[in-house]
Design a protein around this ligand. Structure first.
Ligand code: FE2
Length: 374
């Protein structure tokens, strides 16, 4: 059973108050097709668009929404642009983890003062719906955090975007909000980034476990969780660890060409319904052996869900001191074995499913074997 430790450099006054995740922006090869996939498979509604038809000459962006989750897909319209370079190097992947703040200028100044590398100085944009101020700093790899101040804006997304309506009817599946977003960093870089989130962004370390906890013969990793002051933002960080087999984190770093976002965990109130829909629509998930379910109730005690549903869908269960959680992990959703999704339903538990890591690692190993990357 894991212990939750609230510790390290928690400041008395939060110098970087964050209201929540504002949006996640992917750089992709073809934004129109990515948007279609997220609409039909995950049930995201296309709500806004920017591109040639709206006067934008160099890129196309589709904004997708489901409850509190907003995802943007952006593709370059020409060969020589930072977006095209990003896609060439990393494949489709997350470029921006945008954070919703009340003061984007202060967020920039406070973090840069503490050592952040600037990505975008505070910039005011406006249109007939008001104004937005955004600023940004780099985090691991080429990933950035953009601070979004939108209290004086009531447009559909940002200035420059127009409302967009698809001819296709969206069928949402009850995905509610982003629970956490996990980054993979390089060998010996864990402490650099733990320090970055602690000192530059004022986050605190939440749960600590080392490689002995989560690897034996399996592909090894180390993981630490950084959380902001009000607990709305959780960024676990993974570093590869030496094991007998090639670490899944190393496989990611090879194919992504460096650190980046490994998985986005999305919360739902009804994981059985959401995962049923996702599987019907073709999303592939990691499967643990059927024997996992033979002993699961001995490990986690009573749960509200039917075990037969969990077994049929491959949903995993774990318990901590505060309750339990249900979770499942997709296979990567790009050609490269890079970013994947977690669907999570929390029933009181605030941890991340450590009890499932062994079964999961074995499942990931079987996939790595198929890819010839173990
Ligand atoms: Fe996770």
């Amino acid at each position: 059973m894991e212990t939750l430790t609230h510790s390290v450099s928690k400041q008395d006054v939060d110098f970087l108050p964050i209201n929540g995740t504002d949006y996640v922006e992917f750089y992709v090869g073809n934004a129109k097709q990515a948007a279609h996939f997220y609409q039909t498979a995950f049930g995201f509604e296309p709500v806004a668009y920017a591109g040639l038809e709206t006067g934008i000459r160099d890129k196309a962006s589709f904004v997708m929404q489901q409850n509190k989750i907003r995802i943007v897909f952006t593709a370059s319209l020409n060969a020589d642009s930072p977006i095209a370079e990003h896609v060439k190097k990393h494949g489709d992947g997350v470029k921006v983890v945008a954070l919703w703040v009340d003061d984007a200028t202060a967020a920039f100044e406070e973090t840069v003062k503490r050592g952040a590398k600037p990505f975008m100085k505070p910039e005011l944009q406006h249109d007939e719906n008001g104004e937005v101020i955004r600023s940004g700093i780099f985090t691991y790899g080429e990933t950035v955090h953009v601070f979004v101040e939108r209290k004086n804006y009531n447009g559909v997304f940002l200035p420059g975007y127009k409302p967009y309506k698809s001819n296709l009817k969206t069928e949402p599946i009850g995905l509610k909000y982003i629970d956490h977003m996990v980054g993979n960093v390089g060998w010996n870089e864990m402490n650099v980034w733990v320090k970055f989130y602690a000192e530059v962004m004022g986050f605190a370390q939440l749960v600590s476990f080392d490689d002995k906890d989560i690897s034996t013969d399996y592909t090894a990793l180390m993981s630490k969780v950084m959380q902001n002051g009000n607990g709305r933002i959780k960024f676990p960080i993974n570093e590869p660890a030496e094991g007998k087999k090639k670490s899944q984190i190393e496989e990611y770093l090879d194919f992504y060409n460096g650190p980046g976002i490994q998985h986005i965990a999305i919360a739902t109130d009804d994981i059985v319904a959401a995962v049923s829909k996702l599987q019907e629509r073709g999303i592939e998930f990691l499967k643990v052996p059927a024997t996992y379910y033979d002993t699961i109730l001995d490990r986690v005690g009573n749960i509200d869900e039917e075990l037969s549903d969990l077994r049929r869908l491959g949903i995993l269960v774990d318990r901590d001191e505060e309750g339990y959680l249900l979770q499942i992990f997709s296979k990567p959703v790009e050609d490269r074995p890079t970013l994947f999704y977690e669907i999570i339903e929390r029933k009181g538990a605030k941890s991340f499913g450590k009890g499932n890591f062994k079964a999961l690692f074995e499942a990931i190993e079987r996939e790595q074997q198929l890819r010839g990357t173990l």
